[in-house]
Design a binder for this molecule. Structure first.
Ligand code: PGA
Length: 253
């Protein structure tokens, strides 16, 4: 069975004390994850080690960086390399979150480099894709997302691609309270899997976890995660409340 993943994206929120308290409360609230399930906390860089220590003894719970540099090392003030993440034992990184695409002008080409960096360091990229509202209104979302996948992932070998997690996050649903319906999520996830199948074959396409992100909360997680091509969620706002995120993790198949 594909990995089913509940990923928290804390974004630029919380003090260190608030962050450690939230992680500790989550561990108390959570039901133990099954072998095919993963819980990942994408936390601000300064808290990676602290949260890692808190979750270290809980099976199937990990931390992720929210970004990484497209470069290996050198004069890139403020950036964090995958080698640095690897050296502190981080195993996951978000790549291409829509907020970085929008505010840091990250292009598909740059994201391809970040994906390469992650894979070279043995870090699993959680690659985010998804369309803005005007593209959805014109019903051009399928082509838009395929283009993102092509430009940032399809240079990879099948072996490499199998180390990537994909998160479909329609931009109009992020932080807006406007969740995609489970049909809309399933339709796009099936489309993504079909694009993977055309490029890499059925076996590879079936093995890739595809998460849905955009206003996932405890109240809608069961419905969204019940869809056959939805393998969990990438959760922003609701991941800042321990009981909410524990309920979301419990909704994993
Ligand atoms: P949201 O954010 O759950 O607050 O909509 C999701 C994300 O940006 O990853």
């Amino acid at each position: 069975m594909r990995k089913q993943i509940a990923a928290a994206n804390w974004k630029m929120n919380l003090s260190l004390t608030e962050a450690t308290t939230l992680a500790e409360q989550f561990l108390q609230e959570m039901t133990p994850a099954k072998n095919h399930q993963l819980i990942v906390f994408a936390v601000p860089f300064p808290y990676l080690t602290a949260i890692q220590q808190i979750v270290a003894d809980t099976p199937q719970v990990f931390v992720a960086a929210q970004d990484c540099s497209a470069h290996a090392k050198g004069a890139y003030t403020g950036d964090t390399s995958v080698a640095m993440l690897q050296s502190i034992g981080v195993q996951y990184a978000l790549v291409g979150h829509s907020e970085r695409r929008e505010y840091q002008l990250e292009s598909n080409e740059l994201l391809a480099q970040k994906v390469n960096q992650c894979l070279a360091a043995g870090i699993t990229p959680i690659f985010c894709c998804g369309e803005p509202s005007n593209v959805r209104e014109e019903e051009k979302q399928a082509g838009y997302v395929t283009h993102q996948l092509k430009e940032s992932l399809f240079h990879l070998s099948a072996d490499e691609l199998q180390k990537v997690v994909i998160a479909y996050e329609p931009i109009w649903a992020i932080g807006t309270g406007k969740t995609a319906t489970s049909e809309q999520a399933q339709d796009m996830h099936a489309h993504i899997r079909e694009a993977l199948q055309i490029q890499y074959g059925a076996e590879v396409a079936q093995s890739i976890s595809i998460l849905y992100g955009g206003s996932v909360k405890a109240a809608n997680a069961n419905e969204i995660f019940s869809r056959s091509d939805v393998d969990g969620g990438l959760v922003g706002g609701a991941s800042l409340v321990a009981t909410e995120f524990a309920a979301i993790a419990q909704a994993l198949r």
